[in-house]
Design a protein around this ligand. Structure first.
Ligand code: KG4
Ligand code: ZN
Length: 344
């Protein structure tokens, strides 16, 4: 079964074809970074308009790369939430319409389920059950995963998501959008010994997170140090050291909670997914931590950590092959708890 995947929930247009039994045939992502750069963040209306421009040409390109015609597509999966409502509606309208025109079933996919299943696109896949750490721009969640669609939320962020904390901290340090990867790049040059930021909510039991205080901590550190530090080079070093302290605090906090989650769940397998799972230090630290727990960490290749169509095609394939599809109408859900999904 060849499934066309369409992702348009935020600022990336992602298109892919996943073939059951063969794997990923082609995938392309168009990032709108240049469009939103001058505004310092995603402008929803501009995002929707650009998805309209890019989706069909990308679909043509992906089909050509996979050497498939429209008659080779057996089903269409599009992201139907959570995300920006206008952006979601573009992918949903195009996906549902093509499915109708081509006479194939369509299925609306939960964006976070897409992220969660992305590690299963790699060669070595974890067996169920496992624990998932989902770290994206909108969500930070620890989930016990029994199977596809069988999810139990163990903990989540009570305020900013990890990616959001990266983005906001980057912005107040004067880094360009999208801040997360820029801050991570700056942190590479930072001295880990200069500042130590708190590890929020690790001194009490539970698996919830709170990251919003860390950006204030970064801002206060920056402002108080700027009173003493002079010179372009010294200020650049200061910012790199703050970036490193911030990254270490987020990574440490995530690692501590992941250890707790695997101990509590009894599963020794942990998957890492969502945009922040592209972070090099997080990947390394989680791998080491899981090995010392006698288990193993799994994560997608970096290009499948951030938003993409491959994860939507794959999650859609899982549901279509289980016989799930949508009637001839479509809707999107800007907010959507993953626990409401049916099992397959
Ligand atoms: O999953 P994703 O592409 O979109 C959402 O579903 O939100 O995640 C985007 C988030 C952004 O907040 C971005 O700054 C963050 O992932 N991110 C990173 C890195 N790459 C992307 N954060 C830290 N280090 C990175 N290398
Ligand atoms: Zn995402």
């Amino acid at each position: 079964m060849n499934v066309l995947g369409i992702e348009t929930s935020c600022d990336e247009t992602g298109i892919a074809v996943y073939a059951g039994g063969r794997g990923l045939l082609a995938h392309r992502v168009y990032s709108q970074t240049d469009i939103h750069l001058e505004y310092g963040g995603v402008v929803p209306e501009l995002a929707s308009r650009d998805h309209i421009r890019k989706t069909l040409p990308l679909i043509r390109g992906v089909l050509a790369e996979a050497a498939l015609g429209s008659s080779d597509i057996d089903g269409i999966a599009y992201t139907s939430g959570p995300g920006l409502v206008g952006a979601l509606l573009v992918g949903a309208a195009i996906g549902r319409t093509l499915a109708w025109a081509w006479g194939v079933p369509a299925v609306g996919v939960h964006h976070m389920e897409g992220h969660l299943l992305a590690p299963l696109l790699e060669r070595e896949v974890p067996e169920f059950p496992f624990v998932a750490l989902l770290v994206s721009g909108g969500h930070t969640q620890l989930v016990a995963v029994e199977g596809v669609g069988r999810y139990r939320l163990l903990g989540e962020s009570l305020d900013d998501a990890a990616g959001e904390a990266f983005d906001k901290t980057a912005k107040l340090m004067g880094l360009p959008y999208p801040g997360g990867p820029e801050l991570a790049k700056l942190a590479e040059k930072g001295d880990p010994g200069r500042f130590r930021f708190p590890r929020p909510m690790t001194d009490r039991p539970g698996l919830d997170f709170s990251f919003s205080g860390l950006k204030t901590f970064a801002l206060n550190t920056l402002n108080s140090e700027l009173k003493r530090v002079r010179g372009v080079e010294a200020v650049a070093r200061l910012k790199a050291d703050i970036a490193r302290a911030f990254e270490d605090a987020v990574v440490d906090t995530l690692v501590i909670k992941c250890r707790r989650a695997v101990r509590e769940s009894g599963s020794r397998r942990l998957i890492l997914a969502g945009g922040v799972s592209a972070n090099r230090r997080l990947r390394e630290r989680i791998s080491v931590a899981m090995e010392s727990e006698g288990g193993r960490a799994y994560y997608p290749r970096p290009e499948l950590c951030t938003d993409n169509g491959a994860m939507i095609a794959f999650a859609g394939w899982q549901r279509l092959k289980a016989g799930q599809s949508e009637p001839l109408k479509f809707g999107v859900r800007p907010r959507w708890p993953m626990e409401e999904l049916p099992g397959v």
